[in-house]
Design a protein around this ligand. Structure first.
Ligand code: TRP
Length: 357
């Protein structure tokens, strides 16, 4: 029996090279050896309340990108999370035994909720300072636009449902998802304990060891990701001129001052991109130039831009081609959803039975 693999990406816009090297490439490497379920986490994206048109468009975009990057619909079940309403039921069951404290301690929640707490604290302090009657209960301010939804709080429960609905053995995800996966194992174990069964396993993170590459961004801030300017990331859909412009604008410093000096982070980041996208010889020659202080960053960027363009162009073209074929996209998604639903409805049926329905 092939081991089961589940993973997903939230449809928050176009995929960038960080998504490709960090997630997608690993997904595709797994498709021959494992029984894979790769989905688009459109339920999850509701925590940021997208417009329905954007949601539809973004889901299509990721679906096309999955296929364009080499995911084979014949081997893998490709679907949208919302194609499996069974997930919502499992999520509800898990939530009955997930604790507020553990959700609130989750790092990703704390980061996202910080603005809310800061604002609330500020308001409470202001109320206290302004009131001559400390016992008076002030209503929540209408201007309080930031909210923390139950959906955001229970994000890890939903992710656990995605994974456990197929009883996954492996989950290819980056380091930032490790805590969520740990919570998945906790919820699985708790379910088994409460009902005295040995039903859910303990899904493990999966990566190809040393092949897990970190893709830095172009603004020197570390990871490639969406930024306000949009200049930190190279998207799989960027055209040649955009790629050139972004790379030529990447942050650098005033150059090495000593032979063989250690590279500061912004420069090390740029070299990391060269390593991933250019030939070994190119990397070596720029590394040498850096070490003997003759490097010209302009030359490095030009080369990096040309090699990145060569790398991205086929993906971009393929994505456009696939996006133009609505019928094909629909067919792939329907077949994927059908396969995924078979496995999902079996799990939910068994879980209902275990629970006592
Ligand atoms: N939380 C993941 C992310 O933000 C996306 C995700 C949702 C996921 N459900 C999942 C990943 C299940 C793996 C398995 O990247």
């Amino acid at each position: 029996m092939k081991k089961i693999v589940v993973s997903g990406i939230r449809p928050t816009g176009n995929l960038h090279l960080g998504n490709y090297f960090g997630a997608l490439r690993n997904f595709i490497r797994m498709q021959d050896e494992y029984n894979c379920y790769f989905f688009i986490a459109d339920y999850h994206s509701l925590t940021t309340h997208p417009h329905p048109d954007h949601l539809r468009q973004n889901v299509k975009q990721i679906l096309a990108s999955y296929i364009a990057c080499g995911m084979d619909p014949e081997k893998v079940a490709i679907y949208a999370q919302s194609d499996l309403p069974e997930t919502a039921e499992l999520y509800m069951f898990f939530n009955m035994n997930v604790y507020l404290g553990e959700l609130m301690r989750c790092t990703s929640f704390k980061e996202k909720a910080k603005q809310y707490w800061d604002q609330l604290k500020q308001e409470l302090m202001e109320d206290m300072a302004a009131s001559d009657n400390p016992g008076e209960l002030k209503p929540e301010k209408e201007s309080n636009k930031v909210h923390v939804s139950a959906g955001l709080l229970t994000y890890p429960t939903l992710m656990a449902a995605d994974i456990l609905i197929h009883k996954a053995d492996f989950v290819p995800v980056g380091k930032d998802q490790e805590q969520h996966l740990e919570m998945t194992r906790t919820f699985a174990h708790r379910f088994n304990r409460i009902y005295g069964v040995d039903y859910f396993g303990q899904p493990q993170a999966f990566n190809f060891g040393s092949n897990l590459v970190k893709i830095p961004g172009l603004d020197g801030s570390g990871k490639m990701g969406k930024s306000e300017s949009g200049n930190n990331a190279i998207f799989l859909t960027d055209d040649d001129a955009t790629i050139r412009k972004k790379i030529m604008r990447a942050t650098t410093d005033s150059g090495p001052v000593e032979m063989n000096q250690q590279k500061p982070e912004v420069i090390a980041n740029l070299f990391q991109l060269v390593k991933v996208l250019c030939s070994e010889d190119t990397y070596k020659s720029f590394d040498e130039a850096y070490n003997n202080c003759t490097i010209r960053y302009g030359d490095l960027k030009k080369q990096l831009a040309e090699d990145t363009i060569k790398f991205v162009a086929p993906f971009r073209e393929r994505i456009q081609e696939i996006l133009a074929d609505d019928a094909y996209l629909e067919k792939v998604r329907r077949a994927g959803a059908e396969k995924a639903r078979e496995s999902a409805s079996k799990t939910v049926r068994e879980v209902r039975n275990i629970i006592g329905f």
